[in-house]
Design a binder for this molecule. Structure first.
Ligand code: ADE
Length: 225
C-alpha cells in the first residue's frame, strides 16, 4: 500500500521511475546499494506479477517483502514481527481431485509447495528486528490466501491445518516467484490484527506504525547486505 512504501521512498536516493503492468517502480540507491522499491498491490496475483517484473526487468538479486499480517500464533500481539522461515498458500485446495493433493499443496507441481526463505536474509532480518527493541520477533511459516481473515474459527482451522505463524495475502506468491527464479527472498510482517472480529478496525489503525517498523528493518538489512 502507499502508506507502506512512504518511509522507504524518503530514505532512498531515487534516480529513476518506471511503470510496468500499471505498477510504479522506483530505482534508487541506499548505502551504495542499488534498490528497486515498489508496491506489490493486494493479493497473490498482483504480488506474483510484481515479483516477476522485479526479476525480469530489474534483475534484482534479493527480494525483501514487507507489510502487515494477522496473527495466528496466540503469543503474537499487534506490533510484533514475523520473519518468514517459509511461506505457503492456505487457499490452494485441489483435495477433491485426489488424496495426493492435500490442502495447501499445488497440484502437479514438481517442487514442495512450502517455499523456504533464504537463511542469510532471515538472519539479517532477525538482527534488524532486534534493533527495534520492543516488539516480539518470531520466525515462522507465513500463510497466504486471497482473503482478509476476520474469523476466530478460521484462525483455529488454519493453525491446525498448516501450523502457520501469521496470515496475509501476498507472501507465498512472492516466495513462489522468487523460488522458481532462484532469487533469495524473505518476508517481514508486522502484526496488525489477530484475524478475528476486530481485525478490520485493528488493521486500519495499525498500518502506519507497521510501515515505520518495516522500513526501519529494511534499511538495516540493506546496510548489512
Ligand atoms: N493482512 C493483515 N491482516 C490480515 C488478515 N487478518 N487477513 C489477511 N491478510 C491480512
Amino acid at each position: 500500500m502507499d502508506e507502506e512504501i512512504v518511509y522507504m521512498k524518503e530514505a532512498l536516493d531515487i534516480y529513476g521511475e518506471s511503470v510496468f503492468a500499471q505498477n510504479k517502480f522506483y530505482e534508487g540507491t541506499h548505502h551504495n546499494k542499488e534498490i528497486v522499491l515498489c508496491k506489490s498491490g493486494v493479493g497473490k496475483v498482483n504480488a506474483a506479477i510484481t515479483t516477476q517484473i522485479l526479476i525480469d526487468r530489474f534483475q534484482v538479486t534479493h527480494v525483501l517483502f514487507t507489510g502487515v499480517a494477522g496473527a495466528l500464533d496466540p503469543e503474537l500481539e499487534v506490533g510484533d514481527i514475523v520473519i518468514s522461515s517459509s511461506a505457503m498458500q492456505h487457499d490452494m485446495d485441489a483435495s477433491a481431485l485426489s488424496p495426493d493433493f492435500p490442502k495447501g499443496t499445488i497440484p502437479m507441481f514438481a517442487f514442495d509447495s512450502e517455499f523456504r526463505a533464504d537463511a542469510q536474509l532471515v538472519k539479517l532480518a532477525e538482527t534488524a528486528a532486534e534493533r527495534l527493541q520492543g516488539p516480539k520477533v518470531k520466525i515462522g511459516k507465513v500463510l497466504s490466501g486471497d482473503q482478509f481473515i476476520a474469523d476466530r474459527e478460521l484462525v483455529e482451522v488454519y493453525s491446525a491445518l498448516f501450523n502457520g505463524t501469521c496470515i496475509e495475502m501476498e507472501g507465498s506468491a512472492v516466495a513462489q516467484a522468487s523460488f522458481l527464479n532462484e532469487v533469495p527472498f524473505v518476508i517481514i510482517r508486522s502484526i496488525s490484527d489477530k484475524a478475528n472480529g476486530e481485525a478490520p478496525a485493528s488493521f486500519a489503525e495499525f498500518t502506519a506504525l507497521a510501515a515505520r517498523r518495516s522500513s526501519d528493518m529494511v534499511e538495516t538489512i540493506i546496510e548489512s547486505l
